[in-house]
Structures are given as structure tokens and as C-alpha cells.
Design a binder for this molecule. Structure first.
Ligand code: FAD
Length: 440
């Protein structure tokens, strides 16, 4: 397609206005960058952010991941102050319900997670089975590991000793409207001078003289900037391919289809009011309260379920499949009074999964081209701090520093703790400490 004349220049083009893209725009605009966010949808937050379970939790398998998530918690707690602008459409709400993680042999009874929390001063409580049942009387603590598919003959039969309890993290919860949180960030960014172009699809990355020059949109319009940042969510691999930056990446990203179940809470228990976030590796389900006294049930992706990889993030099966019923039935092992309605409700969306389920926040082999991607179903909570770190990374690299050789050391403001941004490198070795699941 013939390109039209250059219509726009900016200091930086940000591809994508999801929660991380909008946070990056906000943080860069605060630093004085003239940013232009390009989003193919009509509004912010309607990519994978809109389908997110938006759980804010602090337990991660690595120390760096735990510190990043705990830092992230404070921005949601202080949301209105953080934004420095009051969006007339309302603010996203953080419901701090806490998060209970069942202690199982698979997570080593949470020993490593508790060690990270002790190091970082993150509060937690050890709950025995009686305390779990007191707070969640609909729960049956029978052990069912390993997770199975309902067609297996012994599905639903207890396999071992009952669970002995869990670890409860009070600084956890969820955001009731994740798309609104991205819109809040876009509003706050615009108040700082950021521009947003909606309904515009990036079709090519432009280069000149060995560095990025801008983007070409699907309608042929060229937008020019010396910095371009890929925050395209599940489209990240396709955008990185457009930029020709895949070759030096040891970590790749791929879109992975997910189904999230919404079912009514059993009669007599108000899960929306009295429930909490729960992660249960014994049945490979996580759950949280959902609007209308529903329970939201996500999958912790057990080996018995095939991964459904998606090549084209703009076109995939958005209908529920048998997977919906499988997740509901697995959860029914823990909550025997659960009714499973015939009408399936919930969400179908995509993770942008990396090889080790840890994100990539990095530069690329193409000078001026950056990426915040591979968020692997677990970076919603980190969006504000990820945006802040991306702004610092771009400034560091554009000042001439070689981030690959001497990675940026970035101070997490609330924790007052340094983090090595090289942890998120596209060129890292696969991190063997990861859970290799959505838990990060
Ligand atoms: C089902 C599900 C449950 C999840 N649960 C949690 C959770 O409980 N807790 C948690 O912390 N995280 C969770 N996540 C992960 C979290 O939602 C993501 O990490 C986060 O939303 C990613 O934000 P983003 O801005 O990077 O991407 P997105 O929100 O996907 O935004 C990318 C944007 O880029 C746009 N785009 C793509 N290609 C182009 C193009 N060529 N031109 C222009 N625009 C383009 C898209 O339209 C989209 O709006 C979950 C994700 C899913 C799918």
C-alpha cells in the first residue's frame, strides 16, 4: 500500500493502550516525553486487560517477582492519588479481600514464598484447616491431587490426606473493572499531555539508518518517532516480527487461549461479600469473588489440559468449550455444594505467555525499539510499576547506556529497593525458579 505523507511526529510511539501500555504512556508523559499511543480498538483496555481476572497478589516464585508484585500493590491501594487526575467516568475499585494459597506438596507448603515474604516484610498468616473452614465454610479440604479430567474414572475421588490449611496474604484482592483501570491511566496520561490514537492498527515498523523511525498504520499513514514501544499484549510476537527483532531473543512470546468461569455462589454463602482470592494447586484452580455473588474460576493449567496456542490474536475462538465445564467440575471438588448452570458465563481471552512465564521488559536489537510483553497472565497487578520501569529503561538506553551489558538497576519507590531490570531481559536464560504457570 502506498504510504500517505507523514501526519504526526512524537518523541515516542506506544503500541497498545492496555493497562501496561497506558501506564507506560502515563509514566513517560510525567517525565516530559511527548507520547503517542496507537490502539486498534476504539477505547483503552479492551484487549487482554478487559478479560483479565485482575487479581492483585503478592506471592510469586522468585524474589524479584515477589518484590515487583508487592510494589505493585501500593499503586492500587493509593489509586486516586497515583493518577493525579480524577477521571469523570469513575475510578477502578480495588477490593482488598486478601488471598489464601492452599499449602500443598506441589508448592512445598509455601516455604519458598514465605521466605520471600520474610525477606521483603510482606505480611502473611498461616491458617490451619479449621481457620480455612471458618472463613470459607463451603470448602471441603479433601485432597485430589493430581488434577484430572472429568472423563477419568476416579475423577472427584479423594486421593490422599486432606489439605492442612493455607497461607493468607492480607495485601491482596482484585480490581472490579480492569478495562476501567486502563481508561483511568489513559485519562491521567492525557492530562499530562499524552496523545491517544484509537481505531488505528500498526501494520509495519519503520526503520532508517539502523534504528526505528516509526510505524505505518493499516491505512498507510506513517507516524514518526525515534522511540517505539511494543505493548501489544498477545500481539507482541507479531509486532516484534514486524520490527525484525526476534533473532537475538532467547525468550519468545505466544498467545495462549484461556477460559474463565463465572458460577453462582452456593445458596447460603455470600462469596462476593465474604469470599477472597484463593489459589489451590491441589485442584489446579484459582478463584475470586465476582459481581452478582458469583465465583470466578480460572485454571492453573495442569498438565492434563492441552495448551491452546493461538497464531492470530485478532481472530480466535471466543466461544466457551468443554474446558469451561472441566474447570467448574474441578472447583466442585473443593466446593461440593456448587451448582453448575447449563448456561456458561465468564470470559474467553488470551495470555501473552513467555517461555518461563516471566515478562520481558527490555530494549531490542533495533535501536529505539522496546518491548513490554510476555506478561503471561500475571502482570495486570504490576502495570503501574512496569510503566514506571519502562520509562526509566527508555531514558537509560536513549542516554547511550548499554542495557544488555550493564543492565539498569531500578529503584522500586515504595519498597525503596533496587531491582535488576536485566531479570526481565529478552536474552535471559530460562528462569528455572519460575512456577512455569500463570502463577509466575
Ligand atoms: C483471562 C486472563 C486472566 C488474567 N488474570 C490476571 C490476574 O488475575 N492478575 C494479573 O496480574 N494479570 C492477569 N492477567 C494478565 C493481565 O491481564 C495482562 O498481563 C495485562 O492486561 C496486559 O496488559 P497489556 O497492556 O500489556 O496488554 P493488552 O491489554 O492486551 O493490550 C494490548 C493492546 O494492544 C493493542 N494492539 C495489539 N496489536 C496492535 C496493533 N498492531 N496496532 C494497534 N494496537 C494493537 C490491542 O488492541 C490491545 O488493546 C490475565 C490475563 C488474562 C487473559
Amino acid at each position: 500500500m502506498a504510504s500517505t505523507a507523514k501526519t504526526h511526529t512524537a518523541d515516542a510511539i506506544i503500541i497498545g493502550a492496555g493497562v501496561i501500555g497506558a501506564a507506560t504512556a502515563f509514566e513517560m508523559a510525567k517525565q516530559g516525553w511527548k507520547t503517542l499511543s496507537v490502539e486498534r480498538n476504539a477505547v483503552a483496555g479492551h484487549g487482554s486487560t478487559g478479560g483479565s481476572c485482575a487479581i492483585i497478589r503478592v506471592h510469586y516464585s522468585t524474589l524479584e517477582g515477589t518484590a515487583f508484585a508487592y510494589e505493585g500493590y501500593f499503586y492500587w491501594r493509593d489509586w486516586a492519588d497515583y493518577l493525579e487526575a480524577h477521571d469523570p467516568n469513575g475510578l477502578a475499585q480495588f477490593r482488598q479481600t486478601g488471598c489464601l494459597v492452599m499449602k500443598t506438596e506441589q508448592n512445598d507448603y509455601m516455604a519458598r514464598h514465605k521466605g520471600h515474604c520474610d525477606t521483603l516484610g510482606i505480611p502473611y498468616e498461616d491458617w490451619d484447616g479449621a481457620k480455612v473452614r471458618e472463613r470459607l465454610p463451603i470448602f471441603d479440604l479433601a485432597g485430589f491431587h493430581p488434577p484430572k479430567r472429568p472423563e477419568e474414572p476416579d475423577f472427584g475421588e479423594p486421593t490422599g490426606e486432606p489439605l492442612t490449611g493455607g497461607v493468607y496474604f492480607p495485601t491482596a484482592g482484585y480490581i472490579t473493572d480492569p478495562a476501567l483501570s486502563a481508561q483511568n491511566l489513559a485519562y491521567a496520561a492525557a492530562a499530562k499531555g499524552a496523545e491517544f490514537l484509537y481505531g488505528a492498527t500498526v501494520a509495519a515498523i519503520l526503520k532508517e539508518g539502523g534504528r526505528v523511525k516509526g510505524v505505518r498504520l493499516a491505512d498507510g499513514t506513517e507516524l514518526h518517532a525515534p522511540v517505539v514501544i511494543n505493548v501489544g499484549g498477545p500481539a507482541s510476537a507479531r509486532i516484534n516480527a514486524m520490527a525484525g527483532v526476534l533473532d537475538d531473543m532467547t525468550i519468545t512470546t505466544r498467545a495462549l487461549r484461556q477460559e474463565v468461569v463465572h458460577v453462582p455462589s452456593p445458596a447460603g454463602f455470600d462469596f462476593e461479600r465474604d469470599g477472597m482470592v484463593v489459589s489451590d494447586s491441589d485442584i489446579a484452580c484459582y478463584s475470586r469473588p465476582e459481581h452478582g455473588n458469583h465465583i470466578l474460576i480460572g485454571s492453573e493449567d495442569p498438565p492434563c489440559d492441552p495448551h491452546v496456542w493461538v497464531d492470530d490474536d485478532a481472530s480466535y475462538n471466543r466461544d466457551f468449550t468443554e474446558q469451561w465445564r472441566i474447570q467448574a467440575m474441578r472447583y466442585g471438588q473443593r466446593v461440593p455444594s456448587l451448582g453448575i448452570p447449563s448456561k456458561m458465563r465468564g470470559v474467553v481471552d488470551l495470555y501473552d505467555a513467555s517461555d518461563d512465564w516471566i515478562p520481558i521488559y527490555d530494549k531490542s536489537a533495533l535501536p529505539g525499539f522496546y518491548m513490554a510483553c510476555g506478561t503471561s497472565g500475571n502482570q495486570f497487578k504490576n502495570a503501574p510499576i512496569a510503566g514506571k520501569m519502562m520509562a526509566a529503561l527508555v531514558a537509560y538506553c536513549e542516554a547511550g547506556n548499554d542495557h544488555d551489558a550493564r543492565p539498569l538497576q531500578f529503584r522500586l519507590p515504595y519498597l525503596d529497593r533496587e531491582t535488576n531490570v536485566g531479570f526481565y531481559s529478552r536474552k535471559r536464560e530460562i528462569n528455572r525458579e519460575s512456577s512455569f504457570s500463570v502463577l509466575g
